[in-house]
Design a protein around this ligand. Structure first.
Ligand code: HEC
Length: 96
């Protein structure tokens, strides 16, 4: 399963979209590798209690954390072609 995810991630990474990206697709190929429960310190998608203290920092701070990286999260969260808007949309998706 993990290998399949990685293969899928690599395939989509070589594809360059222009407009804002589909949040679910960004999640599936980048953020979900860690935010799907594989890394214990990463707040999981849909885990409102885990996201609450993060959301309290404000959306701008969260986008900054992803862009610069935070502890076990690598800079850009493994989405090299994501814009701030893309990050915002995926963060919304993960925190709902
Ligand atoms: C390699 C694993 C990994 C990937 C890939 C990853 N994250 Fe994370 N993320 C983490 C971990 C671990 C934390 C918790 C960091 C901490 O607080 O110690 C985290 C925390 C966060 C936070 C909270 C930051 C804060 O300031 O509290 C946000 C928002 C976030 N990730 C969004 C994303 C988005 C969006 C993506 C995809 C573009 C992504 N992450 C990809 C591991 C990852």
């Amino acid at each position: 399963m993990k290998k399949m995810l990685l293969a899928a991630a690599l395939m989509t990474m070589s594809y360059n979209g222009f407009a804002a990206q589909e949040p679910q697709a960004v999640y599936d190929r980048s953020c979900g590798i860690c935010h799907g429960g594989q890394i214990p310190t990463a707040p999981q998608k849909g885990d409102k209690a885990a996201w609450e203290p993060r959301l309290a920092k404000g959306m701008d701070a969260l986008v900054q954390s992803v862009t610069n990286g935070l502890n076990a999260m690598p800079p850009r969260g493994l989405c090299m072609d994501c814009t701030d808007e893309d990050y915002q949309a995926v963060i919304k998706l993960m925190t709902e």
